[in-house]
Design a protein around this ligand. Structure first.
Ligand SMILES: [Zn+2]
Length: 139
């Protein structure tokens, strides 16, 4: 079931989780399932590592002091984001959140994703940079 992004809280939780996954250089075609539900089909995005598996987001959460990624990574740190073009990000988002329009732009602070969706118009930006996990409701 796709994550319901029509509430601000869900949208922010999903944004934080997806950003955290990105920080950890992991990705999944599946949307954020919730904190204590196994996030399946995770894959390591580092060059030189072909790990796939499932992890709980609650174990990946930076605010709880977790920094688990996955055990036994053979990839090169920092290679994931560099090799990922904008089109891949928008494609992945569109797959994970069907029916929601995403716009991606690149500025001096990094990439910014804007999306709208839901019965109540919800506008959220998520900045993809070194320190991720922020999102702001637009006026
Ligand atoms: Zn790895």
């Amino acid at each position: 079931m796709p994550l319901n992004l029509t509430t601000r809280r869900n949208a922010e939780s999903a944004t934080t989780a997806v950003d955290r996954l990105d920080d950890l250089e992991l990705h999944s075609p599946r949307p954020y399932p919730g904190s204590d539900v196994l996030w399946e089909e995770l894959a390591c995005g580092r060059t030189g590592c072909d790990w796939t598996g499932a992890l709980f987001y609650s174990h990946l959460r930076a605010s709880r002091g977790h920094n688990r990624r996955h055990v036994g990574c053979t990839g090169t740190p920092g290679t994931y984001r560099v090799h990922r073009p904008d089109s891949e990000i928008t494609h992945r988002l569109a797959e994970a959140f069907p029916g929601i329009d995403f716009t991606l732009s690149t500025g001096p602070d990094g990439r910014t994703i804007t999306w709208t969706g839901g019965p109540e118009p919800l506008h959220v930006t998520a900045r993809l940079g070194t320190h991720q996990g922020t999102c702001n409701r637009l006026p």
